[in-house]
Design a protein around this ligand. Structure first.
Ligand SMILES: [Fe+2]
Ligand SMILES: [Fe+2]
Length: 179
């Protein structure tokens, strides 16, 4: 199975931490693992290297929030290189957002781009399915609290709300003082 190709990466802290990151309203780890599974099965069908495609898949969205839809592939590709992955892995990752990002130049790149699209659809149907049981929203709430990116955003919003409440209150007091 796909785990044999990526066992070391599944234990890597950069991958493990994605269990607490929000992506498509589900854990990012679930999304990347799904893409890895699809890449593992698709790769031999088009003559792509299975190991390269699967390793690219489990890393392809690392730090995606630091870029845009078009540029975050380049960010994850750099991380893959920093982790010691061969150039073919980064080359596949950089184009996974095609057609929003660059066009794939390798078979593994095409595999990843297609697997990512299919997995994104599956993410969505999984999320919608979980709405009926309440599980999807519970998981989303948990991830919003555990994901540093969203936790910081929530804290900023709370701070702004408190400041505007204080501002309104002192504004009213100021008005009543002047009457
Ligand atoms: Fe992505
Ligand atoms: Fe993705």
């Amino acid at each position: 199975m796909e785990h044999a190709c990526i066992a070391d990466l599944l234990d890597h802290p950069r991958v493990v931490e994605t269990r607490n990151h929000l992506h498509h309203s589900i854990p990012k780890h679930d999304h990347m693992l799904r893409v890895a599974r699809y890449s593992y099965f698709l790769a031999p069908l088009v003559g792509a290297d299975r190991r390269t495609a699967t390793r690219a898949a489990i890393l392809h969205d690392l730090d995606s929030r630091l870029g845009t839809l078009a540029t975050h592939g380049a960010i994850a590709a750099r991380i893959a290189a920093d982790l010691g992955e061969p150039p073919a892995v980064s080359e596949a990752i950089v184009s996974h957002m095609y057609p929003l990002g660059p066009r794939p130049t390798t078979r593994e790149g095409w595999v990843l781009a297609v697997a990512d699209k299919i997995a994104s659809l599956t993410d969505l149907t999984t999320f919608v399915g979980g709405l009926f049981t309440g599980r999807s929203l519970a998981v989303r709430r948990h991830l919003c609290a555990s994901d540093p990116f969203y936790a910081a955003r929530t804290a900023r919003r709370r701070r702004r709300a408190i400041i505007s409440r204080i501002w309104r209150r002192t504004g009213r007091t100021g008005l009543s003082d002047s009457v």
